[in-house]
Design a binder for this molecule. Structure first.
Ligand SMILES: Cc1cc2nc3c(=O)[nH]c(=O)nc-3n(C[C@H](O)[C@H](O)[C@H](O)COP(=O)(O)OP(=O)(O)OC[C@H]3O[C@@H](n4cnc5c(N)ncnc54)[C@H](O)[C@@H]3O)c2cc1C
Length: 382
């Protein structure tokens, strides 16, 4: 029970156990077929919805559990045991990277319109911030929204959008105030809206069962009811979820890395070499011991940053820090795990090959390591 820590209550343990059991039984046996297809089937998402897994962060008055950061930490860590980063990403973009913007900024009508489908898994969400010419520099966004009658006219392109091909609604950012660098607004953009299309389904290095889209908005008209939050305040509204987004990427990485360490220990304990087993070799035992120690430290730091956030305190420095060093360290550990599988680690048929490949995204997505380190550094002056 390596996930146990001071912050886990019985309720959080139950979330962890339910999710862990679910992914081991319902995802692991099918994940490879989904990777081939480049798609997570909707029925598995609906099963998760029916079990309440998409309701953890939804306030109780809207039918959810009204939980905080710690619930998402436990949920994302447990998802990591699926062994398929693309599956974890599909789920977490829906629950923890897109829906929170609706929860933070949506009015009663919007919450009523979208939350029932979000919770039962029939309506899958995406977040469209990144553009071909604006990634880390969110304020460099070029997509525009211009007032037009009782609504807005949207133009522009988004790229690398998870759930952008098979999802139902994308929360997109667009510039509404040309005079102000931060004059961005958020809109609820449903698939099927005239002028809104998938330009390309992108082919990736890892996360193969997760769909990633380039999206095109050509004179798309949306009604005023689809403006999410206050006009021109979208940049600041989006920032409200940054720490949660960073955390769940660490969480899925922690779960996946624990699985990778366990697989590697098992493999090296069975693999004959030099008259004994690989695990008997001091170099391997010691490195794997260090890897477990590092992973325990990442896990503890993540839960601590989650707990600080749940106390209503600023956790930007802590969360950015663990996102930076944690995701880099996760990749170092994955490197060792693949290395100690030898040639088999390089084969597509071994889970470790995919785990190492999937982990590569963690230091890039949701705030690259270098951007995270700036967040820490600028909060480190006395
Ligand atoms: C598989 C995948 C899924 C994604 N899903 C989504 C999604 O659902 N929605 C969405 O909006 N976006 C999504 N993204 C986009 C992701 O968040 C961006 O790729 C990420 O923020 C980096 O932006 P960029 O790719 O434009 O890199 P750039 O901003 O061009 O940066 C390139 C590199 O430069 C370095 N760098 C950048 N800024 C600094 C700095 N200030 N100081 C020092 N070095 C720096 C970093 O090493 C960085 O990796 C996804 C990306 C991928 C690959």
């Amino acid at each position: 029970m390596t996930h146990r820590n001071a912050y886990m209550t019985d309720e959080l343990e139950a979330i962890y156990e339910q999710t862990h059991t679910f992914v081991v039984n319902e995802v692991r046996p099918h994940g490879e077929a989904w990777e081939e297809e480049g798609k997570v089937p909707r029925d598995i998402l609906q099963k998760m919805g029916a079990l309440g897994m998409f309701s953890l962060r939804v306030p109780e008055e809207h039918g959810g559990l009204g939980m905080g950061y710690l619930a998402s930490a436990a949920f994302s860590e447990a998802l990591g045991a699926s062994l398929f980063g693309g599956f974890d990403a599909t789920v977490l973009v829906h629950t923890d990277m897109s829906t929170p913007h609706l929860l933070n900024s949506g009015n009663e009508e919007q919450l009523g319109r979208y939350l029932p489908g979000i919770m039962d898994g029939t309506h899958i969400m995406a977040i469209g911030v990144t553009e071909p010419d604006a990634g880390s520099d969110v304020a460099g966004m070029r997509s525009s929204a211009v007032k037009d009658g009782d609504g807005w006219r949207l133009n522009g392109r988004k790229t690398f959008i998870t759930n952008g091909v098979y999802g139902d609604t994308v929360i997109v950012g667009a510039r509404t105030d040309k005079e102000n660098k931060y004059g961005i607004s958020m809109f609820l953009l449903d698939h099927g809206t005239e002028g809104f299309s998938v330009g390309r389904k992108l082919d990736k290095h890892g996360w193969l069962c997760s769909d990633t889209a380039e999206l095109v908005m050509e004179d798309v008209w949306v009604a005023d009811e689809n403006l999410l939050g206050e006009q021109h305040r979208g940049f600041y509204e989006t920032m409200k979820n940054f720490q949660n987004e960073r955390m769940v990427l660490v969480g899925m990485g922690v779960g996946a890395t624990q699985a990778a360490i366990d697989l590697t220990n098992e493999y090296t304990q069975e693999r004959p070499a030099f008259g004994g087993k690989l695990f008997d070799l001091g170099a391997i035992r010691q490195r794997m011991g260090m890897n477990q120690a590092k992973l325990d430290a990442i896990r503890a730091s993540m839960y601590h940053a989650a707990w600080v956030g749940d106390q209503g305190e600023d956790n930007v420095k802590l969360m950015s820090g663990v996102k930076a060093w944690g995701c880099e360290a996760i990749n170092d550990i994955m490197y060792d795990c693949l290395q100690f599988h030898g040639g088999m680690g390089y084969m597509r048929e071994s889970a470790i090959e995919r785990l190492a490949r999937d982990a590569r995204l963690l230091p890039i997505g949701g705030g690259a390591t270098e951007v995270m380190l700036e967040e820490v550094a600028k909060r480190s002056y006395v």
